[in-house]
Design a protein around this ligand. Sequence first.
Ligand SMILES: [Zn+2]
Length: 214
Amino acid sequence: MGGYGSGRPSNKQKAEDCRSLDIYKMKREGCFEPGMRGNWIWSRNENEIARIGYHYTGTALELDYRVRLSGGKWELIKQNVPLVQTDCNYGGQRTYAICPGVLNGRHCGRRVGKLFSGGRFFLCRHCYGIAYASQSEPRYDRMLRRAQKLRMALGGEPGAAYPIAPRPKGMWERTYRRKRLEIDWCEHQANIGFIEKYRHQFSGSDLKLFDDLF
Ligand SMILES: [Zn+2]
């Protein structure tokens, strides 16, 4: 059982401002072992900022947490998130969440890799109308520039197609790891921005793939 304050009074939320459950990450960290239960914890600078309880039933994820919207009362929430497995082209299986959101009386049911806590429940970004901040072009450019700068500061090429340079002499292993993570994050954000910007040029199946990825 955990809790967090949430619910910024804004109608178009930014994905970065919301806590998210990354299904792929949860699987990688062993959350989907038979009968697994535990806490999923968000932290910043190694300090815990929020947590929720989860239980893996084999076909679904039962979430268990407290939430407080816009300074209101704490509420206890139990949420059931169905999961599906699909075969990957290159072998192995990938797990997705089926968004349990209901909008205008219709069940969302989208297969997604990420759920956001934009309000009381964890739902897909379509249900919350979450705008990735990188949708605004300045941020998209800024992210790319930041990644390029970091890459060059490490002594490498600026482009994302190149491997990140090895750790410079005298730099702490931890510092280097953090910089690599930051580069990955910036480039990931820029990718999302790119897709959003050129959305109208992609086919439906391309977009479906992107939605699964992000
Ligand atoms: Zn949804």
